[in-house]
Design a protein around this ligand. Structure first.
Ligand SMILES: [Zn+2]
Length: 201
């Protein structure tokens, strides 16, 4: 990877041998390896010993989980808050594991919609709850840094499964509890809404 970064610097019109850039390839490699370390993470290992059987069926919410990811269209950061809720049927996930789960999927090249869905589907698959809700609010540097429509550089995506999809009351209870800082349009099927400008851009 370091050779590629040296070539990239040269392509940008820089001199990769000047003092300030000498160790840059090494640093960039280290940074990218960390920022994409989610590819090597094993979900079962992350959740190891943290799935519990309980007699509890109220909504579990973990909100304001900070996350940092890289948009796969531009390799630029998008970051913000993730809110997760589920209603257990007979098992729960240790609360501290939820942010770890978010990190596993955030530390990959992503689009915001897929990140949102992957978190929700993993929780559904691992503990078969009555419902799962995930809302992600993020700022995309690929849009704000490049001056693309400022208002669109902040995007909200959601995945609503089971009870959160079927019951408006359950969904509203969750949305009320997380108090989004942005106005969210109707929570219907929103998978088509784009968080970041795609391929041709
Ligand atoms: Zn992008």
């Amino acid at each position: 990877m370091q050779d590629l970064i040296r070539r990239l610097l040269a392509e940008m019109g820089e001199d990769p041998t000047r003092e300030g850039l000498l160790n840059t390839p090494k640093r960039v490699e280290k940074a990218y390896k960390f920022l994409t370390s989610g590819y090597d993470a094993d979900i079962d290992h992350v959740l190891n010993n943290a799935l519990f059987t309980v007699d509890y069926s109220e909504m579990v919410i973990v909100k304001d989980i900070d996350f940092y990811s890289l948009c796969e269209h531009h390799l630029l950061p998008f970051f913000g808050k993730c809110h997760v809720a589920y209603i257990p049927s007979d098992r729960v996930i240790g609360l501290s594991k939820i942010p770890r789960l978010v990190d596993v999927f955030a530390r990959r090249l992503q689009v915001q919609e897929r990140l949102t869905n992957q978190i929700a589907e993993t929780i559904r698959d691992k503990i078969a709850p009555l419902g799962v809700a995930v809302v992600v609010e993020a700022t995309h540097l690929c849009m704000s840094m490049r001056g693309v429509e400022k208002q669109n550089s902040f995007a909200v995506t959601s995945a609503m499964l089971g009870a959160f999809r079927d019951s408006a009351r359950t969904r509203m209870e969750f949305l009320e509890l997380i108090k989004l800082r942005s106005a969210v349009p109707a929570f219907t099927d929103r998978s088509a809404s784009l968080a970041c400008v795609g391929e041709d851009d």
